[in-house]
Design a protein around this ligand. Structure first.
Ligand SMILES: N[C@@H](CCSC[C@H]1O[C@@H](n2cnc3c(=O)[nH]cnc32)[C@H](O)[C@@H]1O)C(=O)O
Ligand SMILES: [Zn+2]
Length: 433
């Protein structure tokens, strides 16, 4: 039995009932068992005690769209349009990856995510067993899916789908339940309709959710209309995609009918503001999506189009850019942006009953921010400070499933120096291959 009793802390809970608590939190094994202003009664026995003075505690951040292994390609191709970046820069480099490269890219991402306060992430890529092992070791929580590109022979399509199914079956609920799995056609423009239908059928067979890149650029939407006579949302709907719980990344170019259809089907969105700005894909219609009742969460996309994995950046961008493009300073208020990185993230991966809120009975996935720094003074509205002044660099401690994984900025379960050195060597080998 492990017990942790935090005293004297400020807790930004994301719980509508008591949004900010100054006081105590008690964790037993993987769960929060108490949070409140008064000291817990009776006093927890044999608990490790932590003085929360100078710390702000909040739910761990949830990154709902990433490609961890691509961390090795950070800074390799900047300032290009999506299709050029993807087809001419990323794919050739990814084609040269070995298992070892994937391991170091994934480890680098795990290190960066943990240290900047992400406790759960969604990842779509290949060589997924390698990432699953990194998740297992690092203590992270992940929703993992072997993404498949269908621009290949029917035999290769089948082999990729089988690999994706196998991975999903083998790893679902592994790592003490911290790993969940999904299936994912990469995008409507990289998977022919009949292949998407086969993937949807497999998701029904295995009872899994689906993930996909959708309506990221205007060119992609136009191509979908030219090739299939419909825009991507209707196209996927006709293929049965939304008959499964689904999470779509980007969703930048949507019309009102598409937003209404997504709301009706319960489709969740991973909004990736930094990646969309950098690739000049456009700005997603987040206020309209939220108004329609669509769950909007936040993702970094990969470090090759971001170029970091700091979800605080996405929170801040989400709170800023929609004001800028709409001319309405009340668009996406701070608290709503913070929800997108926590509660709505949990909802987008169908784990809102467990994650995203600090409340008795929830999983003990939480982070401690060092607020004894100039940019957090005067200590007034801490939600405003987190969104508009904070960053992942302010994260001091991280717990996942009640286990401390980052202590005073150091990852307890990963070898930081080795990961940095091996990532550097992997990248140099990739360049020379
Ligand atoms: N290599 C696999 C597919 C891996 S899915 C992950 C893919 O998503 C690509 N990717 C990363 N970010 C984006 C994005 O924003 N839009 C579209 N594709 C992306 C990434 O380069 C990678 O090729 C196959 O051949 O089946
Ligand atoms: Zn992506």
């Amino acid at each position: 039995m492990n017990r942790l009793w935090i005293e004297n802390g400020i807790f930004v809970t994301m719980d509508e009932q008591q949004p900010v608590v100054k006081g105590h939190m008690v964790v037993e094994n993987d769960r929060i068992i108490y949070i409140g202003e008064a000291a817990p009664q009776p006093e927890p026995e044999q608990a490790e005690r932590l003085n929360g003075q100078g710390l702000l505690f909040m739910p761990g951040l949830i990154n709902t769209h990433a490609h961890s292994a691509m961390s090795l390609l950070r800074g390799y191709s900047d300032d290009e349009a999506l299709q050029v970046w993807l087809e001419q820069k990323m794919w050739p480099m990814e084609g040269r990856y070995t298992d070892e490269d994937a391991h170091w890219g994934n480890s680098l991402a795990a290190l960066e995510m943990l240290k900047s306060g992400t406790t759960t992430f969604v990842d779509m890529y290949d060589r997924m067993p390698i990432l699953a092992k990194v998740v297992e070791q690092s203590g992270l929580r992940g929703v993992l899916t072997r993404g498949v590109i269908g621009l290949c022979s029917p035999e290769e399509q089948t082999a990729k789908l089988e690999e994706a199914k196998q991975f999903a079956k083998e790893w679902n609920n592994q790592a003490d339940g911290r790993i969940r799995t999904m299936l994912s056609p990469h995008a409507p423009y990289t998977c022919p309709p009949d292949y998407i239908e086969r993937i949807v059928a497999a998701a029904h067979e295995l009872d899994l959710p689906l993930h996909i890149h959708m309506s990221e650029s205007a060119a992609e939407v136009q191509q979908n209309v030219n090739d299939y006579g419909t825009r991507p949302v209707e196209h996927l709907d006709k293929l049965g995609f939304f008959s499964r719980p689904s999470l779509v990344a980007h969703a930048v170019h949507l019309n009102d009918e598409e937003i209404a259809l997504m709301a009706a089907r319960g489709v969740a969105v991973s909004h990736n503001p930094a990646s969309n700005l950098k690739l000049a894909s456009g700005v997603a219609r987040v206020p309209a999506l939220l108004a329609a009742g669509v769950t909007v969460s936040l993702g970094t996309d990969s470090a090759a189009s971001n170029n970091n994995l700091d979800v605080f950046d996405e929170i801040r961008l989400a709170a800023l850019i929609h004001k800028g493009v709409s001319g309405d300073p009340t668009a996406v208020p701070a608290i709503e942006a913070l929800r997108m990185g926590t509660v709505y993230g949990a909802r987008a991966i169908w784990q809102e009953d467990q994650l995203g809120v600090l409340k008795s009975g929830m999983k003990a996935d939480f982070i401690a921010i060092d607020i004894d720094q100039p940019h957090f003074y005067p200590q007034t509205d801490m939600i405003s400070h987190l969104v508009y002044s904070g960053s992942g660099r302010d994260v001091k401690h991280v717990w996942i499933d009640g286990r401390q994984v980052v202590k005073s900025g150091t990852c307890l379960l990963l070898d930081e120096e080795k990961i940095k050195a091996e990532s550097q060597r992997s990248f140099e080998r990739l360049l020379g291959r």
